[in-house]
Design a protein around this ligand. Structure first.
Ligand code: PLP
Length: 398
């Protein structure tokens, strides 16, 4: 047994089995690359599943973390801090929202969004207005509220009963949403690009129709931007890529570039439904997390950052289309920005394994989609390097 295999086996023996273990042990990261304990170098197109937005060991982020850790990491959530003020200001000034609730993960941001929408509906439309519409193939997290609006609940009955009064519509089909709307509908929750569902972008016209429906029926529209937000689509916030403003957004992942921080952002009409004593979290909005979020925001809004995301996205989409034309091994390419899904004629687990041995880390989305979510600081040479590995891998697998 190698040293790496020993670490993997021992770890498996100590942890609850939530994931299938990878065959290598991760050791360190640098920019868009990660290295395992045997020193093998990988282009990191997983990035913690769309998390390491600034790449690994980003100098300014490291400096921010070490400085802030030495100054103040935690204080009771009821205290204001300069870091919390700065992060909240940056988030509000960059978006259509008026109020922020800081969380520590995607699922917590979704929980807060659902609770905020339900509380608003209770106050505004009465206690019977408690239904939520979500979408088939959705993924919103693993705590009870977010799991209840995730379609997988259908195949995980052992965790039931889930939150009642949740209905599932067809993604990109406004008639299927209209058929579920009633005077009991409190909120509609949607991923602007379905991530776990296979990297499927919403149609702009569909989101516009959802917005119009929510306005007409006084329903709260929630965008789950946990995976698609923070530059992933080539705009700071995911909704900006579609020109449709939600009432509430859930954020996390790329917001901390590896540090656990998330947020619910809300327009005042909805955010004000949460009053003292109705929601909260011990760690949410801690000075360290807020310093990180502010640093990530400053980097992402710096000159040229989003231009790079869009340029490199173009290189990847064009290169993948070329491989598709020339190899016939790619059946579909989907996504937006640096959130790219590729279906191939091969078994996804074999594709991931061969890519990994060829030096590229990626992840699976849905049943069979190769998901590419590199750091947003990827440059054109690194994008070309990834395309060479992907082309080589598909050839090798033939
Ligand atoms: N929402 C979306 C769209 C996600 O992709 C995820 C995670 O993949 C979550 C929510 C849950 O986030 P977390 O794993 O941080 O709880």
């Amino acid at each position: 047994m190698t040293a790496a295999q020993d670490i993997i086996k021992q770890t498996e023996g100590l942890l609850v089995s939530t994931y299938n273990s990878q065959p290598v042990v991760m050791d360190r990261g640098e920019g868009c690359y990660a290295f395992d304990t045997d020193g093998k170098k990988y282009l990191d197109f997983a990035a913690g599943i769309a998390v390491a937005s600034l790449g690994h060991a980003h100098p300014k982020l490291m400096e921010t973390i070490t400085t802030q850790a030495a100054r103040l990491m935690t204080c009771q959530a009821s205290y204001a801090t300069q870091e919390k003020l700065k992060a909240a200001k940056l988030l509000i000034e960059s978006s259509c929202f008026d109020q922020i609730y800081f969380s520590n993960s995607g699922t917590e941001s979704v929980e807060a969004s659902l609770k905020c929408a339900r509380k608003w509906a209770y106050d505004e439309k009465g206690e019977n207005c408690n239904e939520i519409i979500a979408f088939h193939k959705s993924f919103h997290g693993r705590t009870y509220g977010s799991a209840s609006v995730t379609e997988k609940r259908m195949v995980q009955p052992f965790f039931g009963p889930y939150l009642p009064n949740v209905h599932f519509a067809d993604f990109n089909d406004i008639d299927s949403v209209k058929a579920l709307v009633s005077d009991k509908t409190a909120a509609i929750i949607i991923e602007p690009v379905q991530g776990e569902g296979g990297l499927v972008p919403a149609d702009k016209t569909f989101l516009q129709a959802l917005r119009a429906l929510c306005d007409a029926e006084n329903i709260c529209l929630i965008f789950d931007e946990v995976q698609a937000g923070f530059g992933r689509l080539g705009t700071l916030h995911a909704y900006q890529s579609f020109g449709v403003e939600p009432d509430i957004a859930a954020w996390a992942k790329g917001m901390g570039s590896g540090f656990p921080v998330g947020a619910m952002a809300a327009k005042k009409k909805f955010g004000k439904a949460i009053v003292v004593g109705t929601h909260g979290t011990t760690y949410g909005g801690n000075p360290l997390a807020c310093a990180v979020a502010a640093c990530v925001m400053e980097e992402m809004t710096s000159s040229g950052f989003m231009e790079n995301v869009n340029k490199v996205s173009g290189v990847l989409f064009d290169g993948l289309a070329k491989i598709q034309r020339e190899s016939n091994k790619i059946t579909e390419i989907r996504g937006k920005g640096l959130m790219i899904g590729v279906d191939t004629v091969f078994e996804i687990k074999d594709v991931l394994k061969t890519l990994q041995s060829n030096g590229l880390m990626a992840t699976q989305a849905g049943k069979a989609t190769l998901r590419l979510t590199p750091p947003l600081i990827l440059n054109e040479n690194q994008a070309e390097e990834a395309l060479v590995i992907i082309e080589k891998t598909l050839k090798e697998m033939d």
